[in-house]
Ligand binder design. Structure first.
Ligand SMILES: [Zn+2]
Length: 110
């Protein structure tokens, strides 16, 4: 099977398209194109909490999707980000190994 690679616009590394979320804009809104079939320019982000949580502001997506400034509403962009983050977190396997994110010494309050 042919692998189609796309670049994650958060961490700039390439990945199999199926491991990325495709985002498009439609009528001034940022949309998650979960079928990856919507026409127009799309931008990709890894379906990992690490990349999704760094998706950033409306301005970044206007730049990535080549929209004019002020096209996207910041509140709507953060809503999409939150939705993606929830999706990513719900897909974390119970015993997949990468759920263990506790780094020794981190998060310890003095
Ligand atoms: Zn990434």
């Amino acid at each position: 099977m042919r692998t189609i690679e796309r670049t994650c616009c958060v961490c700039r590394s390439k990945a199999d398209k199926r491991k990325l979320a495709r985002l498009v804009s439609r009528n001034g809104a940022l949309l998650w194109d979960d079928q990856q079939r919507a026409p127009g320019r799309g931008a990709y982000v890894h379906l990992t909490s690490e990349c999704v949580s760094k998706m950033g502001h409306a301005g970044k997506w206007e730049h990535v999707l080549r929209l004019s400034q002020g096209t996207l509403a910041p509140a709507q962009v953060s809503e999409v980000t939150r939705g993606l983050l929830q999706e990513v977190q719900s897909k974390v396997p119970e015993s997949g190994g990468w759920k263990v994110k506790q780094v020794p010494g981190r998060g310890v309050r003095r």
